[in-house]
Design a protein. Structure first.
Length: 175
């Protein structure tokens, strides 16, 4: 009978220890969740190039010329074929350059790639095959909007904004 009683105590102690470990683990998880928060940061892995969807009921042409270590390439896109970008004006369409670069960035983020002086991206817009804007240099990652020039060869209005992404940080980590 004494052997049977010690097995019961051993089993009870084992369950007690396991319950304690689980309790401590749940407490740690709760503490981490309580001390975590979501913060926004400038994301240099994103580059969106936008143009007006239509100009006087005609699509706008976006010409992108990129120069990198493996040469110079040009892409010509119609605004009618470009998607909207969530959170942006309905009348604009955007090309996601970082997801489909004209010139290979060799695994580098687009911001890092653009920081190298040997790499360049220039864009221009054309409306009605007549009014082609002057070239605009894309100098950093983010959201760029290139309007249609008023007259051929003129610099169009350009708007730039950083692209913000979110990440979770935990208490005690400096931001």
């Amino acid at each position: 009978m004494a052997k049977h009683k010690s097995k019961g105590i051993y089993l009870l102690a084992t369950f007690g220890i396991l319950a304690g470990i689980v309790g401590v683990g749940l407490g740690v998880i709760a503490a981490v969740r309580a001390n975590s928060k979501t913060v926004s940061y400038v994301d240099d892995t994103k580059l969106f190039i936008g143009v007006p969807y239509m100009q006087n009921e005609e699509p706008v042409t976006l010409t992108i010329t990129a120069k990198g270590s493996n040469g110079v390439k040009t892409a010509t896109l119609s605004s009618a074929d470009l998607p909207k970008l969530s959170g942006q004006d309905e009348k604009a369409r955007f090309y996601d350059y970082a997801s489909d670069p004209v010139v290979d960035t060799k695994g580098q983020s687009i911001g890092y790639w653009l920081a190298d002086g040997n790499n360049t991206i220039t864009v221009s817009t054309t409306w009605s095959d007549v009014i082609e804007s002057a070239d605009v240099s894309i100098t950093k990652a983010g959201i760029w909007f290139i309007d249609v020039a008023k007259e051929a060869g003129q610099r169009p209005n350009v708007k730039y904004a950083a692209y913000y992404s979110e990440k979770i940080v935990y208490g005690g980590i400096n931001e």
